[in-house]
Design a protein. Structure first.
Length: 367
């Protein structure tokens, strides 16, 4: 499911400069458009967590329907309000699908880090698929025609909706009742410091990802380094390819060495890569994209640490709360970058890189 749904994420970034030209959008408007995705996810993460905890099947069925509506609106190439609404609905669909998918995975037994990174692997593969398709399509195709074609794999998920309903809705879609629900709710409110720390780390990683992949790489690549659509697609593919290569080994190591130690190491790589993408020359820009991809392999590790300190029945709630921080980062990254403009966004991304380096060093030191 996540593989097909994330084509829409991969297809958006390389087309951002063309969207700006064709729709006549200023940088701040691009920031609003890109940020609407994260804004929707931020608003819906906690409700989605509650819904997934009680009606997992319904949540999994609703996700691709929201996503389809958003893709059609964004692909209409209408006024800015229509585009933002479409991007918002895409974010809503991803919020429902991500929280429901994580809830289903985390309710199982041991080996959480490897299982979560397998989930992330599918998503990253879908993003790479979207990026690659954009680069392969004819350059004279309009941005919205290209975007709609890139998002077509999600039609496969629509055909599988009855399967999701039957598999994850026991008793014909009745709510999943937890007899320990009051105790679980109280436990969910009492958040241990290590869990709160993982919320912060997840938000910082998301802020880096959204600022770099959804704004700065395509715009800096086009305006400063003269890259065309195919060139931007290749630049955005570099971190995805690196991420895919190291993602499962990182999950394997985290299960054996501890998620906290491995997370600290990948945060160091992410911080250095983010800094180079924001402020480096073209060779450092390319090297930074590769380091950035290595760092993205740790995106799911905070969830594994949270699972170790969370009662089973509270996973839906805490997963939703974690996603709020992550998706707030996805919202504010491109929004702030757009307000600052291309040059200011470079310094902003460089600052995020320094903060991520400090977070990685602290995780390793505290270990």
């Amino acid at each position: 499911m996540i593989f097909c749904n994330t084509f829409s994420i991969g297809g958006f970034g390389p087309l951002l400069p063309e969207i700006a030209r064709a729709q006549g959008l200023a940088d701040w408007q691009l920031g609003v458009l890109a940020g609407a995705f994260g804004f929707a996810r931020t608003l819906l993460d906690i409700p989605a967590g509650g819904l997934a905890g009680r009606r997992l099947g319904a949540t999994l069925v609703a996700a691709p329907l929201f996503l389809l509506a958003g893709v059609l609106l964004l692909g209409s190439a209408g006024p800015l309000a229509i585009l933002v609404t479409g991007r918002f609905l895409i974010g809503a669909g991803h919020a429902l699908g991500m929280v429901a998918g994580l809830t289903a995975l985390l309710e199982r037994g041991e080996g959480a880090a490897f299982r979560l990174n397998t989930f992330e692997f599918s998503g990253m593969l879908g993003i790479l698929g979207g990026i690659s398709l954009v680069g392969l399509l004819p350059a004279d195709w309009s941005w919205n025609r290209s975007f709609l074609l890139v998002c077509s794999p999600q039609l496969v998920i629509l055909a599988l909706l009855p399967v999701f309903w039957r598999r994850f809705s026991p008793g014909g879609g009745r709510a999943r009742v937890d007899p320990a629900a009051p105790a679980v709710a109280a436990a969910a409110v009492k958040t241990p410091p290590i869990v709160a720390g993982m919320f912060v780390v997840g938000a910082v990683i998301a802020l880096a990802w959204s600022s770099v992949s959804q704004f700065l790489i395509p715009l800096r690549g086009t305006r400063e380094f003269g890259l065309d659509r195919a060139g931007n697609s290749w630049m955005l593919a570099i971190p995805q390819i690196v991420d895919l290569v190291v993602l499962l080994p990182v999950g394997y190591l985290a299960d054996r060495l501890g998620g906290r130690a491995v997370l600290g190491a990948v945060c160091l790589a992410l911080g250095a890569g983010t800094f180079f993408v924001g402020l480096g020359s073209f060779p450092l820009f390319v090297a930074g994209a590769a380091l950035f991809g290595l760092g993205l392999a740790g995106w799911m590790l905070p969830v594994g640490v949270i699972r170790e300190h969370t009662p089973l029945g509270a996973m839906g709630w805490r997963t939703g709360l974690y996603r709020v921080g992550v998706d707030a980062g996805i919202f504010f990254g491109p929004l702030v970058s757009g307000i600052l403009g291309e040059v200011g966004a470079g310094y902003f991304v460089g600052l995020i890189g320094l903060v991520t380096l400090l977070a990685g060093a602290r995780l390793l030191w505290r270990r």
